[in-house]
Design a protein around this ligand. Structure first.
Ligand SMILES: Cc1cc2nc3c(=O)[nH]c(=O)nc-3n(C[C@H](O)[C@H](O)[C@H](O)COP(=O)(O)O)c2cc1C
Length: 419
């Protein structure tokens, strides 16, 4: 149950979303009743799982999922070898119509994949006729796009991206066209620019990331084990969040198109981070597959309280707020030096900071009797922050290094460059 009573609506591609949170194209949107349940729970919108023309064979393989477990987390990352939906456009057209009739205030979108100009355009025209709010084009399924180069992702080629985005846009009389791209490229900005040149209205970034989920060391079969064989998975979930953030930021800083984020969000804070680096809306999949639809309550409450706390009127006010803080490495300030400092009452004496600094840092921490508290030598500590990163008790923090006038005088600009 949500506790806030704040307006969380946001405009994205001239569409009004009741809140910035939607379900991405994936199993939670591959069934009419599941999407109904999502809208009842409070989700602002849903992108129905990628559909295709009736003649397109969809040959699924089971089992299709495996997970990266890490340090007690069951799903640090989720790997899937799923394909597009087995439900073709005729089924999805009917679903879209029903959902738009039953939930006119929610955003209903459909993801599509074609294998020719004729198919892409037919899919768009048929969906537009159902009243959907936008059409999302999957240019980035890790199992490959259909068509000229099966196995390759369309969005790995800027030329193909521009060409196919152009076809789709040409067929769209009314609906905004969103192109879902991949972070698995050398320069995502080039692909995002190609989306814009193709005339599409927005970008969805950044989908799953091609991965090998692990290998069973007894049987030698990687995961998921499909009767003794395996293949590369698309990785989603929390492990991918930093890649999504980087992808969003690079696009937002360089290409003037709205972005809907996908890849890794679990909490409201994750969603806010994605909005701060340029996402107008945030899509969820793995978090819902893990914890269920009701996470929408926390997402809405968290965002509402965050906006109150920071004094913002609307979710749109936070979009892109962090972007000006991201600069190239050579532009980072080098003058103010920091060193780590202990908050004694929090220290649990686990020695992890000492071990990390000794074996992976600068040997700036000592642990001595009688109190066995870490003692930081400010002259050895360059302020790398490894100890703060490993401390499980938040007992270390970075403070400005106290410089004597002599220190400052002895330091030359060349010294600064070396740090
Ligand atoms: C089992 C599974 C199936 C998926 N199927 C599709 C799909 O048909 N079309 C698509 O564009 N993305 C598909 N995705 C990707 C998700 O929409 C989403 O972009 C991705 O999982 C990253 O978001 P997350 O970390 O919130 O899960 C699928 C993801 C999973 C886990």
């Amino acid at each position: 149950m949500i506790t806030h009573n704040r307006d969380l609506s946001i405009e994205f591609c001239s569409i009004r979303f009741p809140n910035p949170f939607l379900l991405s194209a994936a199993p939670p949107t591959d069934d009419l009743d599941m999407v109904r349940a999502a809208f009842e729970a409070g989700w602002g919108g849903a992108v129905l799982k990628t559909t295709s023309v009736e003649t397109q064979p969809v040959d699924l393989v089971y089992p299709m999922m495996s997970a990266l477990h890490f340090d007690g987390q069951r799903i640090m990352g989720l790997g899937n070898i799923d394909l597009i939906s087995e439900h073709h456009i005729d089924v999805v057209e009917a679903r879209a119509r029903t959902l738009k009739t039953e939930y006119p205030d929610r955003v209903v979108a459909v993801s599509i994949m074609g294998s020719s100009k004729q198919q892409w355009q037919e899919l768009v025209r048929r969906l537009e006729a159902t009243g959907v709010d936008f059409v999302e084009c999957s240019f980035s399924c890790p199992q490959g796009s259909m068509g000229e180069e099966p196995g390759a992702m369309l969005a790995q080629s800027a030329d193909a991206t521009e060409r196919v985005a152009g076809w789709v846009k040409q067929a769209a009389a009314r609906c905004p066209i969103v192109i879902k791209i991949t972070p698995q490229v050398t320069d995502v900005v080039k692909v995002a620019q190609a989306v814009k040149r193709g005339g599409a209205d927005a970008i969805c970034a950044a989908n799953t990331i091609p991965s090998l989920m692990g290998v069973d060391v007894d049987t030698f079969v990687p995961y998921p084990d499909v009767q003794g064989s395996s293949t590369y998975s698309g990785l989603s979930g929390p492990a991918t969040k930093p890649i999504t953030l980087r992808t969003l930021a690079e696009i937002a800083k360089n290409v003037d198109l709205p972005i809907t984020a996908t890849g890794g969000p679990v909490t409201w804070r994750d969603a806010v981070e994605m909005m701060l680096v340029g996402a107008g809306t945030v899509q969820f999949c793995t978090a819902v597959m893990h914890y269920g639809l009701d996470i929408i309550d926390d997402l809405q409450d968290g965002l509402a309280f965050y906006l109150d706390d920071k004094g913002f009127d609307r979710p749109g006010d936070i979009v892109g707020r962090a972007l000006s803080r991201i600069v190239s490495h050579d532009k980072l300030p080098r003058d103010a030096k920091t060193v780590s400092s202990l908050i004694e009452e929090r220290c649990v004496k686990c020695d992890l900071c000492y071990i990390a600094c000794r074996d992976g840092g600068h040997q700036a921490i000592k642990i001595e009797a009688p109190d066995r508290l870490p003692k930081i030598d400010p002259d050895r500590c360059p302020g790398c922050r490894l100890c703060v990163t490993v401390c499980p008790a938040d007992a270390l923090t970075m403070v400005r290094k106290q410089e004597t006038p002599d220190d400052a005088g002895a330091r030359t600009p060349a010294d600064n460059d070396r740090i």
